[in-house]
Design a protein around this ligand. Structure first.
Ligand SMILES: [Zn+2]
Length: 266
């Protein structure tokens, strides 16, 4: 198995890389471990002190629960793995307070966190809009959790696709049609001949429009590479994409160790 970097847009927290000499089972195991097993911080309990906004307490709580919080994995434990056995202590939870009495939108940035390392990843997320005389006061408790238990703890969008293999076996009689039908601009016509635009090849999502359009049939083939994948990690903002993959690999390692231990006992 080989990893080759493809692109890293730091501002968008989006990382893409090639996963080569692998197989779909391995790629999917990595994807699932990243989505479901990597812990992140999210609000899990809210004590509403005052809410005279137009939204019900439940809707406000739900919205706050979904706000991604920057996560410091090195300082907090999952409640079930904490020394306090899930009762709640400084090592497994923290408080955020919100007190707004002025009219206008209440933004995520108005949540005041006990720990400066754990705060809303995007300060401009709106929670509710207050009218004159309305107020919102609450205390929220954030804990580490995993995406398998609730999507609010999922660290991002993680997906992969097969590396496409596109081949022009012989020249088609209608190259312009093939260029027009491809939604990803993978083909071009040069000197009346169909050719592949190398810069766009990786954008191919194997829709097969080129193979269906070209005449005679079979002139163009679009197939998937079964061992090479383009993996993309788009973080929701709690963790960096590279930390998401690192933690996903740790989780696979831990699960494998447990499995090996269990099988020895049989
Ligand atoms: Zn604890």
């Amino acid at each position: 198995m080989k990893i080759e970097p493809l692109s890293y847009e730091k501002k968008q927290k989006r990382l893409s890389f090639f996963l080569r000499d692998a197989n779909p089972a391995l790629a999917n195991a990595l994807r699932r471990a990243a989505v479901e097993e990597v812990p992140t911080m999210a609000v899990d309990e809210i004590e509403l002190r005052h809410n005279s906004s137009v939204l019900y307490d439940e809707i406000i709580s739900h919205r706050i629960g979904l706000i991604p919080l920057t996560t410091d994995l090195d300082s907090y434990n999952l409640p079930e793995k904490c020394k306090c056995e899930g009762k709640g202590c400084a090592q497994c939870q923290l408080k955020l307070t919100l007190k707004v009495r002025s009219k206008g939108p209440v933004l995520a940035s108005e949540l005041v966190s006990q720990d400066p390392k754990v705060k809303p990843a995007y300060p401009d997320i709106p929670i509710v809009k207050l009218l004159k005389g309305q107020r919102l006061e609450l205390e929220a408790t954030a804990v580490l959790g995993i995406g398998k238990n609730h999507a609010k703890w999922s660290p991002g969008l993680i997906y992969y696709k097969h590396v496409p293999i596109i081949e022009i076996k012989k020249q088609c009689t209608n190259p312009v049609d093939v260029v027009e039908q491809c939604p990803q601009n993978i083909f071009e016509v040069k000197a009346d001949k169909l050719s592949i635009n190398k810069d766009n090849v990786l954008k191919c999502h194997l829709c097969g429009a080129c193979a269906d359009t070209c005449q005679p049939k079979g002139s163009v083939e679009a197939a998937k590479n079964d061992t090479d994948f383009i993996f993309t990690v788009e973080s929701w903002g709690q963790l960096s994409p590279e930390r998401i993959i690192e933690e996903a690999l740790n989780s696979i390692k831990e699960t494998s160790k447990e499995f090996a231990k269990a099988i020895k006992k049989i």
